[in-house]
Design a protein around this ligand. Structure first.
Ligand code: ZN
Length: 374
């Protein structure tokens, strides 16, 4: 395992369309005001995941053509953990995962998004394909907000280490299809027509990918990069999927463990249990330290990404523990230690399934679906 720093600047394909637009902010704001005049803010209860809901399980049809994309070039292939920045540049990328498993509808933690908007803080959301279909209006709001960037967090939050063939391809391309379908649908609405320049500022495709559980293998990494998606890991875990990690710990991770160029992982799907309570203080702490908040694409464009050749949370191999979460290929493997996806517990610590921030296994979906839905 080696860490390498890419020798070339990030390609323009990774940048949002709005980065090259003349004045994307005001134009997108106009579209938001036209399309979502009174529904942007948090709705109490919307953050609570609903189990045993299969309405959004069917993946999108493979028939539709996707926006064209070139494969990720060699210097940018692999697991991007953080970005090396020029001296004195204090940029940071907050990221929030919107995971959703089959057989459930995950939540939308609007208090986090409200806080980011109130403070003018940029952030990146990695959304599952299923999550976007079960939260179409919220997806439209996020994709049209000049503060935010959306990335791909796989179709149904399966462990890509266990997938191959069409199952692997569908898990990677499902969110691409769903995002582009939602964008197309929004563009065809009357309200979007009232801001004709705005839709051109909405990214035509997702260009970033985050592996569910932070787990990959060479085959899955190659498939993601060949699809024109940069694999974005992180160098700071808030630990927010663990219900025992309180606001103070989250604040500590965000305020103390970060450094210029950091990528921070949290959750906004209702299973970042205390993130909403910690977000305002975390933002203030980082502002006090002189940080500027940017999207992941902006962070990448500002420096040289630090790239690992494997995916991990804190140390190489630590996300392999999720191998007990099999994908659709159904190949059996003896379960290993249970943990929290994207935030494993310390070695030897057993987290009861009932306390985990993902949905309980839904037996009706078959033996592979012990896949947590965070
Ligand atoms: Zn996730």
């Amino acid at each position: 395992m080696s860490l390498a720093t890419a020798a070339m600047p990030i390609v323009s394909a990774a940048a949002r369309a709005e980065d090259t637009a003349a004045s994307p902010g005001p134009s997108l704001k106009t579209l938001q005001q036209a399309c979502f005049p009174s529904s942007l803010t948090a709705i109490p209860g919307e953050e609570i995941p609903e189990k045993h809901d299969h309405r959004f399980d069917p993946p999108p049809s493979r028939g539709s053509a996707l926006a064209p994309a070139a494969a990720v070039p060699a210097p940018l292939r692999g697991a991007i953990r953080r970005v090396e920045l020029p001296a004195g540049l204090k940029l940071i990328a907050l990221t929030f995962d919107l995971c959703e498993d089959r057989g459930e509808v995950a939540g939308y933690e609007g208090r986090i998004i409200d806080a980011l908007r109130a403070e003018g803080v940029k952030a990146t959301f990695f959304a599952g394909g299923k999550w976007m279909r079960s939260h179409v209006a919220r997806t439209e709001q996020l994709m049209t907000d000049p503060l935010f960037e959306l990335g791909n967090h796989a179709e149904a939050h399966r462990n890509l280490r266990w997938l191959d063939g069409n199952n692997l391809t569908d898990e990677i391309l499902g969110p691409q299809r769903t995002y582009e379908n939602i964008r197309k649908g929004l563009a065809e609405t009357q309200c979007a027509a009232s801001a004709p320049q705005a839709m051109q500022s909405v990214a035509p495709r997702l260009s970033l990918f985050r592996f569910p559980f932070g787990a990959c293998n060479p085959q899955a990494m190659q498939a993601v990069n060949d699809a024109g998606l940069l694999a974005i890991q992180w160098d700071v875990s808030t630990g927010d999927p663990d219900p025992h990690v309180g606001p103070a710990s989250i604040l500590h991770a965000i305020a103390r463990q970060t450094s210029p160029g950091s990528i921070v992982i949290s959750h906004a799907n209702g299973r970042g249990w205390h993130t909403a309570e910690a977000i305002k203080d975390s933002i203030q702490a980082l502002k006090k330290k002189g940080y500027t908040f940017v999207t992941v694409s902006e962070l990448l464009a500002a420096g040289k990404p630090v790239i690992a050749d494997t995916c991990y949370d804190n140390k190489p191999g630590d996300t392999d523990r999720y191998d007990y979460l099999r994908g659709l290929s159904g190949r059996p493997r003896t379960p290993v230690a249970q943990g929290t996806p994207e935030q494993p517990p310390p070695a030897g610590k057993h987290v009861p399934t009932s306390a985990l921030p993902w949905s309980a296994p839904d037996q009706s979906l078959g033996p592979w679906n012990v896949n947590p839905g965070r």
